[in-house]
Design a protein around this ligand. Structure first.
Ligand code: PHE
Length: 341
């Protein structure tokens, strides 16, 4: 029996050394120390021993069992440490590998310019309103003192949406003047930015869709001086203190008197070049004193109130602001162009 115990001990220790993982260890534990294990079977034969031999063999068997259990435990810890090592190696992150660059976008130059324009007018006490791009002819033309038969209403100029020409893509943001005056009592001080549409061919300064920023001020005692001061202040804030602008007499059906405001060309500083078509100046906006007929049509008494309005061409303002020579660049989504802003 002593030899058998010794055999089990050596065989098991050898097998233990070979064990590659904890499953092997478990199998070994069951095979030797389990209920039906080899050592257990041997111990069951102790009954056949003489009373003198029994305690000696019992002690020996117990020490073999304890030794094997300790060894199993040790091997198990060893295997687990090795497995953890492997896992750590496999999951290691090399923080020195260059990362995948994240490409951050930037604001479109048009939005940048629009944000600047909004900031400037909000700073002067204006609020910002929004209105429909699909508009009624009534608001786009009639209520703006632009009667049936006016050349601006021509089908070659305007995108009508119905056969009777009563609904259209707005050709200007000026209908917002009417929408605001019909709903709000003076004092009024708003800007209304948005898209407008005209049947224009695409070239360096034209597009069938472009953006305007409408402005409207109505209060008691508003004069042309207020208009000039407001727009001069706006131009200097947007383009810098040394920006040069000029007011030119003009005609709009819904303002009287009316003017256009030009800003000196950023390319040639007034000498005349391709960007300004030899003019030396770039047209920036139309403006004027709100026509008494338009005020009255919106329920505002022109004897009590007066006002001024303006419509800024956002593309032109942005082109002058960022020295962009061709309007097509603004719409073409060329990353080489856009990533400069
Ligand atoms: N709506 C005019 C245009 O598109 C500009 C304008 C706006 C003129 C407000 C006067 C007052 O040309």
């Amino acid at each position: 029996m002593k030899e058998q115990l010794e055999q089990i001990r050596q065989k098991t220790l050898a097998a233990l050394n070979e064990a590659a993982n904890s499953a092997d260890l478990d199998a070994l534990r069951v095979k030797v120390l389990g209920k039906k294990g080899e050592l257990t079977a041997l111990l069951k034969q102790m009954g056949g021993l003489s009373p003198e031999e029994r305690p000696v063999m019992g002690q020996l068997a117990n020490s073999v069992r304890a030794a094997l259990e300790a060894k199993l435990e040790e091997k198990n810890a060893e295997l687990q440490a090795a497995a953890m090592d492997l896992r750590l190696k496999a999951e290691a992150i090399d923080v020195t590998i260059p990362g995948t660059p994240v490409r951050t976008g930037s604001k479109h130059p048009m939005n940048k310019a629009l944000d600047e324009v909004k900031d400037i007018f909000v700073g002067m006490g204006f609020s910002i309103v929004d209105g429909p791009e699909v508009e009624l002819s009534d608001y786009n033309f009639t209520k703006l003192n632009t009667e049936e038969g006016h050349p601006a209403r021509d089908r070659s100029d305007t995108f009508y949406l119905t056969d009777d020409d009563s609904v259209l893509l707005r050709t200007q943001t000026s209908p917002m003047q009417i929408r605001v005056m019909e709903k709000t009592k003076p004092p009024i001080r708003i800007i209304a930015p948005g898209r407008v549409y005209r049947k224009d061919e695409v070239d360096a300064t034209h597009s069938p869709m472009f953006h305007q920023i409408e402005g409207l001020v109505v209060d008691k005692g508003v004069t042309m001086t207020d208009l000039k001061g407001t727009l001069e202040n706006f131009a200097k804030q947007l383009y810098g203190e040394d920006a040069v602008i000029r007011f030119r007499p003009h005609h709009f059906p819904f303002t009287e008197p009316s003017c256009e405001v030009d800003v000196q060309c950023f390319e040639c500083h007034g000498a005349g070049c391709r960007t300004c078509k030899g003019e030396g100046w770039i047209e920036l906006l139309g403006a004027g004193m709100v026509h008494p007929k338009v005020l009255r049509g919106c329920g505002i008494d022109p004897e009590e109130y007066s006002g001024f309005a303006f419509g800024i061409g956002l593309e032109r303002a942005a082109m002058r602001r960022f020295c962009i020579p061709d309007m097509r660049l603004v719409y073409e989504n060329d990353m080489r162009f856009l990533s400069q802003f």
